[in-house]
Design a protein around this ligand. Structure first.
Ligand code: FAD
Length: 404
């Protein structure tokens, strides 16, 4: 019993608060928010928000009145330490909040580029609304951007920047884009599409320095000796989970805050969810740390259920999406360890799915402009069913029959 204090008001933190109230939780709920905005959706920051002109309100999950009506106390500021013995959280403001249960939903922060000039104002990152807002403000005065990192965020931004009329170069150390996350078939499709749009993608290279004159970026030098002119650099080289608050309180951490399959830390009165949580996964084996809206929201719902008496292990099926220019990538399942890829549909027709198998077991589906296949995959996994590689490859095979 007692108040639930939630540290971090991103996707996970917001959802725990909302789900607790939905489940009838009646004690105090506080959401500690270190960003100067009402809780908002992050995905549009590298996509629609940069492209458009809608204000920050367009991103908010709920208006302020929702929090008042639901008695969710939004508390501005940062949590700086946890007194586990006293069941209290200390905020930077000096305020102290007693908790019955503490939820760490601290998310992740950008991995910073360790290069000279990387801290100049023309070198930008994308994680929070203020980052996206700053980019939107300066882009009209920029003509050439070098994007460092061809992960989801780098490519989403690159596509948007190109649509906005900038010259765009993308640097990637791996031999293909999104290499850690998607199959070679999907990487190749997106490489071709971005190149068609006029984006120059450089694979197998690294930025070795950022050049500047009078505090203004003039270009980027590459590990292969080339130099690319630029007046803007956008960095998307991955994130680091925010584990320090947990670590300093003596909680078990590794590449994330370690939680069991119930999302409980090594202290039963403290849980961790979302991007910061390294969770035990009976389904996938070992531990997982995922960075997705699905993961943060489903963690939040699972935890809110536990805190209101419905204790179940976390066992949701992962899914994800990325919008890049006119193409929509959607993924269902986790493809780690696949040994066979079967295509359904045709990359040349700009609509296909890559079904990833380990032996005969379907691990995941990556769909490009095939929303139907993606929804099929999510329903199939939800039913704990599979289809054979032959069925997946055969467009004559009616997917619905596998769900009946
Ligand atoms: P976050 O949403 O990061 O929230 C954590 C919050 O905690 C932050 O506000 C942080 O400032 C705050 N915080 C940290 N420490 C403290 C502290 N000590 N005190 C108080 N507050 C603190 N996912 C998808 O599935 N699809 C997409 O298309 C997609 N696009 C994305 C695009 C961008 C640009 C970014 C950055 C992410 C995208 N993601 C996408 C990932 C998704 O947004 C994250 O996985 C999700 O936000 C994780 O939610 P979270 O609650 O764990 O962390």
């Amino acid at each position: 019993g007692g108040p639930v204090i939630i540290v971090g008001a991103g996707h996970g933190g917001y959802q725990v608060a909302a789900s607790l109230r939905q489940a009838g939780f009646s004690d105090r709920v506080c959401l500690i928010n270190d960003e100067a905005h009402l809780p908002y959706q992050r995905p549009p920051l590298s996509k629609a928000y940069i492209k458009g002109s809608a204000g920050p309100e367009s991103l908010m999950f709920r208006p302020e009145k929702f929090y008042q009506d639901q008695k969710i106390e939004l508390i501005g500021g940062r949590a700086v330490s946890i007194d586990r013995a006293g069941h209290k959280v200390h905020l930077a403001s000096g305020e102290t909040l007693p908790y019955g249960h503490l939820v760490l939903a601290t998310g992740a922060r950008n991995r910073l580029l360790d290069l000279p000039n990387a801290n100049l104002p023309d070198v930008k990152y994308l994680r929070i609304l203020d980052d996206s807002e700053a980019l939107r403000q300066i882009m009209p005065s920029k003509s050439r951007v070098v994007v460092i990192g061809a992960g989801f965020i780098g490519l989403e931004f690159a596509a948007t920047a190109r649509i906005k009329g900038l010259e765009v170069d993308v640097l990637e150390l791996a031999p293909r884009v999104m290499a850690r996350a998607v199959t070679a078939e999907v990487s190749e499709y997106f490489q071709a599409r971005h190149r068609e749009a006029g984006i120059r993608i450089h694979l197998g290279v690294q930025a070795t320095s950022i050049e500047a004159e009078g505090g203004k970026v003039t270009g980027v030098s590459l590990s292969d000796g080339r130099h690319l002119p630029a007046d803007l650099v956008v960095v998307g080289v991955g994130v680091l989970p925010n584990i320090e608050l947990a670590a300093e309180a003596g909680l078990a951490v590794a590449a994330g805050i370690i939680v069991d399959e119930y999302l409980s830390t090594s202290d039963p009165d403290i849980s961790a969810i979302g991007d910061c949580a390294l969770f035990a996964s009976p389904r996938f084996g070992g531990s997982q740390r995922l960075e997705s809206v699905q993961n943060a929201t489903d963690h939040a719902r699972c935890l809110a259920a536990r805190l209101t008496g419905d204790r179940k292990a976390y066992d949701s099926h992962p899914w994800f999406w990325s919008d890049q220019g006119d193409d929509k990538l959607q993924m269902a399942g986790l493809t780690t360890g696949y040994d066979r890829v079967v295509l359904r549909g045709d990359p040349a027709k700009k609509a296909f799915s890559a079904f990833c198998y380990k032996g005969d077991r379907l691990l995941g589906i990556e769909s490009v402009n095939r929303a139907g296949d993606h929804m099929f995959g999510r329903r199939l996994f939800g039913l704990e069913r599979s289809i054979t590689p032959e069925q997946a490859a055969d467009e004559g095979f009616d997917l619905k029959s596998a769900l009946a």
